[in-house]
Design a protein around this ligand. Sequence first.
Ligand SMILES: Nc1ncnc2c1ncn2[C@@H]1O[C@H](COP(=O)(O)OP(=O)(O)OP(=O)(O)O)[C@@H](O)[C@H]1O
Ligand SMILES: [Mg+2]
Length: 552
Amino acid sequence: MSPIHLLAPEVADAIAAGEVIERPASVVKELVENAIDADARRISIDVRGAGRTSIRVGDDGGGIPADELPLAFVRHATSKVTALSDLDAITSLGFRGEALASIAAVADVECASSGARVHIRAGEVLERGAGPLLTGVTVEVRDLFANVPARLKFLKSDATEVAAIKDVVAAFALLHPHVRFQLTIDGRSAISSAGDGDRRRAFASVHGAAVAAEMLDIVGPPLVTGMVSQPRLSRGSRDGIVLAVNGRPITSRPLAYALEECYQGRLERGRHPLAAVDIEIDAAFVDVNVHPAKREVRFREEGAVFAALQRAVRSALGASEPVRYQTSPPLSVVAAARGYEAQRGVHGAAVLPLEVASPSEDSRAMLRPIGQFGPGYLVAEGPQGLVLVDQHAAHERVLYNRLLERLRTGLGASQALLMPQAVDVEPALIAAAADHRADLATLGLEYEEFGPRSLRITAVPVEMPAGRATAAVQETLTALSETRGDQGMHRAAAALACHSAVRFGDVLDIAEQRRLLSDLESADESVTCPHGRPTRLIVEWQELKRHFRRNY
Ligand SMILES: Nc1ncnc2c1ncn2[C@@H]1O[C@H](COP(=O)(O)OP(=O)(O)OP(=O)(O)O)[C@@H](O)[C@H]1O
Ligand SMILES: [Mg+2]
């Protein structure tokens, strides 16, 4: 690394300006980053008084040469960047030469390295001289914001500031398993990672062993590394999601969204995964010089990054236990069509569009129907315990999967309507329909244009009761016109599934219940309906035993 030097004005001016130190956690972040840039293997962080009293960070990295120590605290003095072009491909966490200067401007700071020591308060050097001859650097930051009462006033409660500090250290510990992190808060150990390179062990030090055991390794494509949680492990907030680029934690809503999209159908709405995902990318393809606190980045090829992330996460999840009760091949389209044949005569009456179960399927079933409860819940006994199923949500999932399968294979299954139905729709929806005519036919929806504002529906999916065509068409085409790409067809399939499914309130006889439960058992991603509502609630045997005190 080059010596610390002042950046030329044109380089300094090109750096994203703004507030660097917003709260105690920002101090911790900057000092930890400096230690990582110096190739430290051990970083200790000691926090007192929620970071207002003192923050002490020590590392065993390369250190700062004694004669450069005061310069390190000068604004725009850095050893990491020299020319303007260096900003186009930043490979270190620091690049602005601002962190130490910004910290020293709002606190009382003592820094020791290479046998030298400097003491600065509110930006002024109070002392410099000899210090202990230790490896690495030690920085102690006291009385943070004492000279900036306005900042002090805006700090949150101690608990919140401490939580923010823990989050910062946790993120680095998860992303840098080769570095040993020790965080103590008021003398108590809060995080202590092994630094042996084992990511699962790093997870255990942050989230506990039970959580760590449930994490899935991302092993798939290169460039994306880390761990994501099994779908059965989730949280009520996004706080457990750590995203990073080249080892730098970042915040990115779209990237977090891309990650969460991989859990669709596996997590109930409002639940979020835990993750620590690092994207390794050529420094020239990512601009980190966009946010004053270095929290955000800009990708040159955003789409490719998102796709790589999703591929990696999906393949990790693919290796997880499938979210279903049992495995069985999906019903073939032919079988689905045969099922329809058997019921053709009564279609359209108050009959259920559920195929008749064959005995062989019955004997495989693991969910034993007990009956129907309330307006639309099925009660069943399963291997895990008592299972309550929302009959509409469950049937919606089964049909949705089946429709997607038809789209995938191109093998459709429709029923011609004896009496074609005219539906009034907006011209925009007619255009949307025309754009996707072939796919709609594969889903079972066929029509003729009938004037500028009207369609004549000639066929619907085999599972759809005929009387529901009008509402289904409206919703399906609206979904198509509002969403582009594959997602549009998926939403259309969800709308058709919703209108074809048994309703909450329909009475199902025991054979129909058995059929639906068996279909649900073998459906992928059966935990939720296509809209994210849960399909079932399990009361586990253990829970029953505990409740009735039968566990001894
Ligand atoms: N823990 C450390 N170990 C070794 N060198 C350090 C350490 N901390 C700071 N330095 C040196 O001091 C310089 C200034 O640090 P500072 O954090 O202010 O700026 P930076 O890391 O270069 O950029 P940024 O403002 O983006 O963090 C660094 O460039 C580095 O040379
Ligand atoms: Mg720095």
